[in-house]
Structure formats: structure tokens, C-alpha cells
Design a protein around this ligand. Structure first.
Ligand SMILES: Nc1ncnc2c1ncn2[C@@H]1O[C@H](COP(=O)(O)OP(=O)(O)OP(=O)(O)O)[C@@H](O)[C@H]1O
Ligand SMILES: [Mg+2]
Length: 644
């Protein structure tokens, strides 16, 4: 173990150096954000203290009122930001300032392109944070002490932003963190109380903790403003969401968002509502423009702050928003919950459950409005979060219908492949006589779009939704209808194309007595281990055959998903449907050699499997049969299989 009282020099994690370099260069044009970031951290530190003090009130150390102090010293050329929040232990400093522990870091760095403009965009998405101090400072000193530890457990951290940092244990009587920025040579314009107040008003007015600066007065001798000993509050420090909407500017809404969401970019949309009734609470909820890197981590749920009568309680999205809306960020402020509410109480509280349900409904309302009024923004939303929202269909039966209206799909009508068609749009352009909403599921857009099952639908001009997200199978298994119209897979048996102007199978076609019937029976025999039946279909125009699943059985796509997930899959064989007018099928009818006939039947079956994105159980067998066929066709002498 290293001696923790002496000074140590430690290296930055490689990613930190990379991030610092990138940040200094790409964000220089917007350099004053460093102050917003440091104030935002100070405010988070006050929140964390308040949360931990719920369990241990001694942490307040007789100094319970949170405060953030900002000062500048023109002679020393420094700016300081100090708070009396939670502070950090030596270990915490090393972990939080010096490494980037955030999930998704690796993915972030993999995406960097060395194209500065693009990377600047990415950095915004990642969050800027503490390191933004190095945009304006060539040396940063941080002195901190964690609440609850003795004064001798203070920690001094210092870095020039290159390579690494030093860390040593120092005395620090007051709890909290003080950060001193030693400005770069050409940053003198920041050494002005006026300028700093201006930046704080612009970016940090919404911060609920008071931000204090020393009052300044004109010194006639020195001919400049000089700081007096008197404190002055710079921000309003009144919770933004308690103000009337008419008094809040768009920019202020956005700045609050950036703080709670740890996002550098403005939100896509938001809703601010005061709810009165059995319970009173205020909601200010935002939808980000982009998915965070940990969107798929259902465990990691922060970003909705719970307040009780304007006092921060905890950051716990899980209790306040359904999982399928986990991308929402913001604030819930309740007038009724007890101030000493713990996570356990939250989990059991009916009041919290009611807030959660109502907050979810508000978000759906906000999305409905966005979909109607701002379709471009809705498309951005859908691209980022559509797959998460879809989870709501199976998860939240009470909102299923509303979520269904918000869904967007790719379709055979949209060449671009974008997921842009709503169920309502689909229904609005259904063909006369059509009563079902047709869809196909596939592993990818290309597989779905090119499936042979769509051939007749294309010919008849009937739109089919192309579902290719992993979750879609679950969506359609719980969303069986939309506004009274059933959702129907085009890969199921028993499709009645007669209703949409196509040809329905004629019963005699599948009768063993006819010539065709006899062929079907031979094929069924050849494929008895693989197909549960062989039938004639009119759903194909160009392909000779396709596989369908039993009307009530599981689709082949779902079986594949379950298999990949290691789930047990009930063994059910598909039905092979063949296109009676296809030349291969017509020729096959004439084949008298049973072995060749069987080989051909297997090739048709395998082809159909491949065409819908499936995998062959015996790929080598398929290749062998195919090669023999090709040799035959190329005139390489008599073949074991079939001679046209
Ligand atoms: N004033 C402070 N008091 C206590 N801890 C702090 C303070 N400033 C920073 N930290 C710690 O350092 C960590 C890193 O801060 P940083 O601002 O880089 O990231 P963040 O606040 O977690 O996310 P964001 O990128 O959105 O700012 C914080 O999560 C916190 O644990
Ligand atoms: Mg931060």
C-alpha cells in the first residue's frame, strides 16, 4: 500500500488524456461552459450530501445550508469555485478525477474519427464535465474533504492536464470541494466579476443552490471594480420549475436540462406541468435528442430527480418513470411526500406509483404532440428511442393503445427503409376489402424487404410493414390488433389473398387425386422429417417456394430469436408452400426418378429457408445437391439428380 499522506504522482487513464486534448481543441469556441460544468458538479455534490444525510444527519457538520462560492483573483490570475457539498475522499478523487468510469466510454472512444467537427459533436453527447476546466486553465488545483471525515483527511489534487496529476493529503477544516483554475496566459478577460456573473446568469440561474460572489464596488484610486467583503447571491436559486411558465425562457429550460441530464446538447422537447388533485406535484420532463451510451442498460437508471417541496431527495428514475421511458430526464417535485422518504419507502408508496403512472402518461402525451406537430423531430426521437418505447407495448397494457399510435415502421411503401409509417397511416391507405394490417418480421431490413412472402402483396399493391427490430416479435405478440383491425403476419398459413384481390387457394389444388395433388403427396413424403405439410400457394409470383408457419404456431423468426437467446423452442415444423405456376415446380411434376425428386424437394425447402434469413441444418448437403444440379445443367454428363 502506498503511503497516503505523502505526495504521489499518478498518470491519467489513457482515455482521459485523449478526452482532454479533444475537449480543449473542439470546445474552445464555447469556453465559458467550464463554469457551468463546475457549478453543476457543486450542485450535484450538494444533492449527494442531502441524500446521504437522510441516513446520517451528522454529515451536515452543523452547516446544513448548501452554498456555492465563485471568486476571481486578478493578481493571482485564478478563478475559484467552492462548495460545501459531499466532498471526496482520496480514493474517490483518484476514481472520479483521473479516470472515466462511465459506462460506454470505450464505445465513445471507438467512435472518434479525428475529424474535429464530428468529434466535437460526439463530445457533446458524452458530457463535458470537470475536465472542461482545462479549456481555460493550464493548471487546476482541487482541494476537497469528504463529509464525515476529520479535517486531517483533506486531499489536494493538481494537474496541468498533461499526462497525470499529483495527489496529497492535507488539512481541510471545511467540508466540500474547492477548485482553483490557474488561467492560461490569454484568458485574462475571464478575470472580471462582471464577466463571471454574466456567465453564471446565462448558464446557472436554474441551479437551486445559492451561488455567492463578493459584491464589487468602484475603486476611484485604482480605477476599477474591486471586491468587497460582502456576499451577494448571483442566481435566483429558486427552483426553475416552480416559476410560472411565462417567466421561464426556452434557454433556461435548456440549461436545467443540461444539468440534470448531464448532456451538452439541448433537449428535443419537454413538458412542464403542475398537477393538482389528490396529490400535488410538478413535473418538468425532457426527451433528449440522442440516446446516451447506456440506454440499453436497464439497471443504470438516473436522470430524474425527485424533490419534495423543492428539497432534493434522490436521483431515481426507476421509481418515477416506467422502464420503457427510461430515456426521459427531468424533475419531479412533490408537495405531499414526507421529506425523509427513503428508497424503500418510495418503492412501496402508492403515491409514488400514482406519480409514476401519471408522469408516464404525460410523456406519452408529449410524444403524441410531437408526432402530430413536428414530424421531423419525431423522426429524430424515433430513430434514437423507438426501440425502447416499443418495450412498452408488452410491458404496459394500460397504455398499449396509446403506445401503438406512437409506433413507426418501415414498410414496402417507403423506399428509404426509414421507420416512418404509423399504424394509422397504414390503415388510412388500406386497399378496399382489406381488413388486416399485414406485416413481416425479419432479422434485418433487407431480409424482411426481400422475403418471397411479399411477392403477391407487391403485385397487388398491398402495403406490408417490415418489422426488423429484435423486439418486434414481442410487440406483435401483444399487439394483436389496432383500432379493430387484426395485425397479421404474411408468413402464416391460411392467408386469404382473395380479400385483397388475389387468388385464394382452390381446395382441389391440394387434393391428392389431381396431378398436382399427387406431386404434393410425393414431396410431403420426401420431406416428412422437415415439413409438417406441403401445399399450393398463390402468394408467390417469382419464387418457387416459401415456408410458412402454422396459423397459431410460432413464426420461424421468433424461433430463431429464442434459439439465439438460449431459450427452449418448442419443435414445430413449418409448412412448405409451393408456387404451382413456377417452371421448376412444373418440371418437377414430370420427374419420375424418386431419388432426384427427393433431392429437388430438399433444394426447394432449403432455398425457402435461406430466403427468409434462416440457417440450414445441413448446409453441406444443400451445396452438394446444388453442385450436382449445376454440373448437370452445364452438360457434364449424366447426373444422379435431374435432367431437364
Ligand atoms: N464539486 C465536487 N464535489 C464532489 N464530487 C465532485 C465534484 N466535482 C466532481 N466530482 C466528482 O467527479 C466526478 C466527475 O465529474 P464530471 O463533471 O467530470 O462528471 P459528471 O458530473 O459525473 O458528469 P457530466 O459529464 O455530465 O458532468 C463526478 O461524478 C463526481 O463524483
Ligand atoms: Mg459534471
Amino acid at each position: 500500500m502506498s503511503d497516503t499522506t505523502t505526495k504521489e504522482t499518478l498518470g491519467f487513464q489513457a482515455e482521459v488524456s485523449q478526452l482532454l486534448h479533444l475537449m480543449i481543441h473542439s470546445l474552445y469556441g464555447n469556453k465559458e461552459i467550464f463554469l457551468r460544468e463546475l457549478v453543476s458538479n457543486a450542485s450535484d455534490a450538494a444533492d449527494k450530501l442531502r441524500f446521504e444525510a437522510l441516513a446520517d444527519v451528522a454529515l451536515f457538520e452543523n452547516d446544513p445550508e448548501p452554498v456555492i462560492r465563485v471568486a476571481c483573483d486578478a493578481a493571482a490570475r485564478t478563478i475559484t469555485v467552492a462548495d460545501n457539498g459531499i466532498g471526496m475522499s482520496r480514493q474517490e478523487v483518484i476514481e472520479h478525477i483521473g479516470t472515466i468510469a462511465r459506462s460506454g466510454t470505450r464505445e465513445f472512444f471507438q467512435q472518434l474519427t479525428a475529424d474535429r467537427a464530428k468529434d466535437a459533436h460526439l463530445i457533446g453527447q458524452f458530457g463535458v464535465g470537470f475536465y472542461s476546466a482545462f479549456i481555460v486553465a493550464d493548471r487546476v488545483t482541487l482541494v476537497t474533504r469528504r463529509a464525515g471525515l476529520g479535517a486531517e483527511h483533506g486531499v489536494r489534487w493538481e494537474s496541468t492536464g498533461e499526462g497525470g496529476f499529483t495527489i496529497e493529503t492535507v488539512e481541510k477544516p471545511s467540508r466540500g470541494t474547492e477548485i482553483t483554475l490557474h488561467l492560461r496566459p490569454d484568458e485574462d478577460e475571464l478575470l472580471s466579476g462582471y464577466r463571471l456573473r454574466d456567465i453564471l446568469k446565462k448558464y446557472s440561474d436554474h441551479i437551486a443552490v445559492p451561488i455567492l460572489m463578493k459584491k464589487e464596488k468602484w475603486d476611484a484610486d485604482a480605477k476599477k471594480q474591486v471586491a468587497t467583503g460582502e456576499d451577494e447571491q448571483v442566481n435566483r436559486a429558486s427552483a426553475l420549475w416552480t416559476r410560472p411558465k411565462s417567466e421561464i425562457t426556452e434557454e433556461q429550460y435548456h440549461e436545467l436540462y443540461k444539468h440534470v441530464a448531464h448532456d451538452h446538447e439541448p433537449p428535443l422537447t419537454f413538458v412542464h406541468a403542475r398537477v393538482e388533485g389528490r396529490q400535488e406535484y410538478t413535473l418538468l420532463l425532457y426527451v433528449p435528442q440522442r440516446a446516451p451510451f447506456d440506454l440499453w442498460d436497464r439497471e443504470h437508471r438516473r436522470g430524474i430527480k425527485l424533490y419534495v417541496r423543492r428539497v432534493f431527495i434522490m436521483d431515481d428514475a426507476e421509481q418515477l418513470m416506467p422502464a420503457y421511458l427510461r430515456f426521459v430526464r427531468g424533475v419531479v417535485d412533490s408537495n405531499d411526500l414526507p421529506l425523509n422518504v427513503s428508497r424503500e419507502i418510495l418503492q412501496q408508496s402508492r403515491d409514488v406509483q400514482a406519480i409514476r403512472a401519471a408522469a408516464g402518461k404525460r410523456v406519452l402525451g408529449m410524444l403524441e404532440e410531437l408526432g402530430e406537430k413536428e414530424p421531423d423531430k419525431y423522426a429524430t426521437f424515433w430513430a434514437a428511442f423507438g426501440r425502447v418505447l416499443k418495450e412498452g407495448v408488452p410491458e404496459d397494457p394500460s397504455s398499449k393503445e396509446r403506445i401503438a399510435k406512437l409506433l413507426r415502421f418501415a414498410s414496402t411503401r417507403e423506399e428509404s427503409g426509414a421507420q416512418a409509417v404509423s399504424l394509422a397511416t397504414y390503415v388510412g391507405r388500406m386497399k378496399e376489402g382489406q381488413d388486416a394490417i399485414y406485416y413481416i418480421t425479419g432479422d434485418s431490413y433487407a431480409t424482411a424487404k426481400n422475403s418471397p412472402h411479399l411477392e403477391m402483396f407487391r403485385k397487388l399493391g398491398v402495403e406490408v410493414l417490415l418489422l426488423h427490430d429484435g423486439i418486434d416479435e414481442w410487440v406483435v405478440s401483444s399487439l394483436t390488433e389496432f383500432e379493430g383491425r387484426p395485425l397479421q403476419s404474411v408468413t402464416k398459413a391460411g392467408l386469404d389473398l382473395g380479400k385483397i384481390g388475389g387468388e385464394a387457394p382452390k381446395p382441389e389444388e391440394n387434393q391428392p387425386s389431381g396431378e398436382q395433388g399427387a406431386m404434393l403427396e410425393r414431396m410431403q413424403k420426401a420431406l416428412q422429417d422437415r415439413a409438417s405439410g406441403v401445399r399450393v400457394t398463390h402468394r408467390l409470383t417469382d419464387s418457387p417456394a416459401c415456408l410458412v408457419s402454422d396459423e397459431f404456431g410460432m413464426s420461424a423468426h421468433l424461433q430463431r430469436i429464442l434459439k439465439t437467446a438460449g431459450q427452449p423452442v418448442p419443435s414445430s415444423k413449418p409448412i412448405l408452400e409451393i408456387n404451382p405456376s413456377h417452371p421448376i415446380v412444373e418440371r418437377l411434376k414430370q420427374e419420375t426418378d424418386d431419388a432426384r425428386f427427393a433431392d429437388w424437394s430438399h433444394i426447394l425447402f432449403d432455398q425457402a429457408t435461406l430466403a427468409e434469413g434462416g440457417q440450414l441444418e445441413d448446409p453441406a448437403g444443400f451445396v452438394r445437391r446444388l453442385n450436382e444440379l449445376m454440373l448437370t445443367l452445364a452438360g457434364a454428363g449424366p447426373s444422379k439428380i435431374w435432367m431437364p
